[in-house]
Structures are given as structure tokens and as C-alpha cells.
Design a protein around this ligand. Structure first.
Ligand SMILES: [Zn+2]
Length: 426
């Protein structure tokens, strides 16, 4: 097992304080949006592998895996995903909204990638949709209060929210959903919003954002939703995505709560600090709130318009110290251990694992490499082969691994917002 060195990505929406505070450091001069813990080619973690030579330069985890695939990721992962770490773990700290986005299914990613390759679109082109042939399911576990937009709201509720604004631009949207409730109405409405001619869009935004500003001050049922629209419109005053925001669930996660974002789920993180895990892919189709490329046709083919599609993940207790955040994916599995002084847990897994401490002081031991101590924000990579590892200390540590052989939950389409990930797979 190896102590990791992880890069922090300075995207402009990142917080200057959240990750710094967790690391016990002063506020940063530049935004700290995401700390990447994994082997993503864009910014792989590095491992301190210098046995007997602490001054040796750390090795990229990507190189380590390529040089020692069977030891690093093991046979089962290699057979299923190739000689790669199939997941990427992150600390994510949002101070401003991220773009509205959706990720493809495995089939869409494969077909979309093959199509763009065949058409000769360079993989780094601004209008390229599929950077790789893989799906990108994601889950975020809140460490602080975390606010996100995720999935389409029940359309009867959205009709109420729009009509309460009492302006023709909003009631026209409500009428479409009233005449055609559910996914069909949304499938008609969303592309028409995103393709609105500039003049009509400007007028609609003026009227709707103005009405949201008034309604946000009135403390009614949807005041927080209206406030979010106003906040986002201040950053993206001409973006059609601002209107789409009115159709989405606004989710507030308390520390320890989680949501799963499967293929087709339109989402945007708004604020807060969390631990995020995802399949190691870059396939993002954007729907607005971004200066980047928006491909409306491809987006609308990829979107799941089923309302109520917000999948909260209830942690399942799997041991005295450990809870599992179960999802339908096999690319990753994530659990959290909470330890008091004197606690110890042995963990065993046939594939690669990453431990990321978020609180306290965590001790990790194995028979080969001895003992490592993790402060908040520190992480350790455990290759597939060393067998048993013991975790002790005081605090909180997240445990990421591939999801092969790990119990799953099956996503249920159109389930109620509170418990959409409900049925336990055998
Ligand atoms: Zn996403």
C-alpha cells in the first residue's frame, strides 16, 4: 500500500476555503474545486513507492498500473474494464454552480465514441461529445450541506411552481406540461427551451427571472427554487439553461447523505463540499450554464425525461464501523468507516482500493508495508494483491473500490424522489 499525492484542480467554480479547511491549511489564493484521487490520465495521483529511499520521486499511479497490472488492479478488474483503475474518487468543493450536464449509458457512449472516431473529430475538439467509450455514473456523499439540481421534478409540482410566477412566459411552459404531463411533456419542452430563438429567449428570461426575484422574497413553497434561478441567472444572464433549472429537483443533502446520478440524469452541483466517486470517463453532455459546447440534439437523445428521477442513496450498515453507499454500478463501490479510539477493522477485497480520510487521524496497516497515518485529505492506494489491511485510529475514512462482487442496488425508473434506489439486487 502506498501513500498518495493528489492534484487539486482550480476550476473557477471551486471554493477557496472548503478543501483548505479540511486539509488544515489557510484559505487558498486560487479556487480549489476538485482533488482527484485515482489514475485519470488528465491528472493521475502519485504514489510514494520509494521503499528504503524516502527521497525517491513519487510514481504516477497510471504508470504504476501499466507496469504492474496484475498486482495493481488484479485479474477481475482487468477482465471487466481493462488494465485501469475503473473509478475516480474526488473531494469536490463548489462555491458556484457547475454546468448542467448529463452522462450517457454504456451503449450510448460506445456508439457515440465510435461515430465521432469514424467522422474524424479530434478527441480534444471543443465540439467533441464522447472522449472515451465508457459511461460515467456518479455519486456524491455530502461532507457539509450540499445543494444540487438533479433529475426532473414531478410535472404536476412543476406546473404549480410555474403558474405561481404568474407571467405568460412561465404559464406557457406550464400549459405544455399540463396538457402532456410526465416524460412526454418534458421531452417536448426541454429541447424547445434550449432551441429558443435569441429574441424570444431574452424576453422569456427577463420575465421569468424577474418573477422569480419577486417570488423568492415571498417565502412561499418554492422560494428556495426561485432564489436558485435568480442566483444562476446572475452568472448566466443569457443562458437557456436558466429556464431548464425551473424543471429540476433542487436537492439539499445534509452531511452523510448521498445521491446517485445514473445515465440520463440531468444535474448540476450548486454548492458544498462532498466526496464524489465516478466511473473513470470524461463523457459529459452539457445543457447550459457553461461557455462550453452544447449539442442539443445529442443531449436530448441522452436525457432521461422520467420525472422524479432523483436517486437518494441510503447508507446500508455492513459492519459495526462501516456503512455502504450502494448503487447499481460495477465500476465503483463506496463505503464510509467511522472510528473511535480502540476501534479496528480488517478490510479485504480482491481488487484495487483507495482509502481517503476526511476527519481525525486514521491508521492503516498491512503485513508487507507496515503502517501509514492519514490526516484529513490524505489517501492510500491498496493494490489488488496485498490481502488484508487493518484500519484503526479516530475519525472518518472513505473506502473506494471497484464494484465487482460488491452488493448492488438496482435503480428503479420513475420511483418517488425520496427512495428511488430501493430494490436490492440478489
Ligand atoms: Zn456529472
Amino acid at each position: 500500500m502506498y501513500l498518495m499525492q493528489n492534484a487539486i484542480r482550480p476550476y473557477p467554480w471551486g471554493s477557496r476555503t472548503a478543501i483548505a479547511t479540511l486539509l488544515g491549511e489557510p484559505a487558498s489564493d486560487e479556487p480549489q474545486a476538485e482533488m482527484w484521487v485515482g489514475a485519470h490520465p488528465g491528472d493521475p495521483s502519485h504514489l510514494h513507492t520509494g521503499v528504503g529511499d524516502p527521497s525517491a520521486a513519487p510514481t504516477s499511479l497510471l504508470d504504476y498500473i501499466q507496469q504492474n497490472p496484475s498486482r495493481a488492479v488484479g485479474g477481475a478488474v482487468a477482465a471487466e474494464f481493462g488494465e485501469v483503475l475503473p473509478f475516480l474518487l474526488k473531494l469536490l468543493a463548489a462555491d458556484a454552480p457547475l454546468s448542467l450536464q448529463v452522462h450517457p449509458t454504456a451503449e450510448q457512449a460506445r456508439a457515440g465514441f465510435a461515430d465521432e472516431e469514424a467522422r474524424g473529430i479530434p478527441v480534444d475538439a471543443g465540439h467533441r461529445n464522447y472522449k472515451d467509450p465508457f459511461p460515467k455514473p456518479e455519486m456524491i456523499v455530502a461532507l457539509t450541506e450540499f445543494v444540487a439540481l438533479a433529475g426532473f421534478r414531478d410535472t404536476a409540482e412543476t406546473v404549480r411552481l410555474l403558474n405561481a410566477l404568474d407571467v405568460p412566459a412561465a404559464t406557457a411552459l406550464a400549459d405544455t406540461l399540463r396538457k402532456q404531463p410526465g416524460a412526454d411533456g418534458l421531452a417536448e419542452l426541454v429541447p424547445s427551451i434550449l432551441a429558443m430563438p435569441a429574441e424570444k429567449l431574452t424576453a422569456a428570461l427577463d420575465a421569468i427571472v424577474g418573477a422569480c426575484r419577486t417570488a423568492a422574497g415571498q417565502d412561499g413553497e418554492f422560494a428556495a427554487e426561485y432564489r436558485t434561478v435568480v442566483d444562476i441567472a446572475e452568472r448566466y444572464p443569457t443562458d437557456a439553461g436558466v429556464i431548464v433549472v425551473l424543471l429540476l429537483n433542487r436537492v439539499v443533502l445534509q452531511p452523510g447523505e448521498a445521491i446517485y446520478l445514473g445515465a440520463g440524469n440531468m444535474h448540476a452541483y450548486l454548492s458544498g463540499l462532498g466526496v464524489e466517486i465516478m466511473a473513470c470517463s470524461d463523457n459529459v453532455l452539457r445543457g447550459g450554464l457553461t461557455p462550453k459546447h452544447v449539442d442539443i440534439d445529442e443531449l436530448t437523445r441522452t436525457l432521461d425525461y422520467t420525472p422524479g428521477g432523483m436517486q437518494r442513496v441510503k447508507p446500508s450498515r455492513v459492519g459495526p464501523l462501516e456503512v455502504d453507499f450502494r448503487t447499481p454500478t460495477s465500476e465503483f463501490a463506496l463505503s464510509r468507516l467511522t472510528l473511535k479510539s480502540g476501534d479496528e477493522q480488517m478490510i479485504e477485497h480482491s481488487g484495487p482500493q483507495v482509502l481517503l480520510a476526511t476527519e481525525g487521524e486514521i491508521t492503516v496497516s498491512d503485513l508487507r508495508d507496515g503502517t501509514l497515518t492519514l490526516k484529513p485529505g490524505s489517501s492510500v492506494f491498496i493494490p489488488a494483491t496485498p490481502g488484508r489491511v487493518w484500519i484503526s485510529g479516530t475519525g472518518t475514512v472513505f473506502r473506494a473500490r471497484d464494484g465487482l462482487g460488491v452488493p448492488k442496488k438496482t435503480a428503479v425508473a420513475a420511483a418517488p424522489a425520496e427512495d428511488a434506489v430501493s430494490a436490492v439486487a440478489s
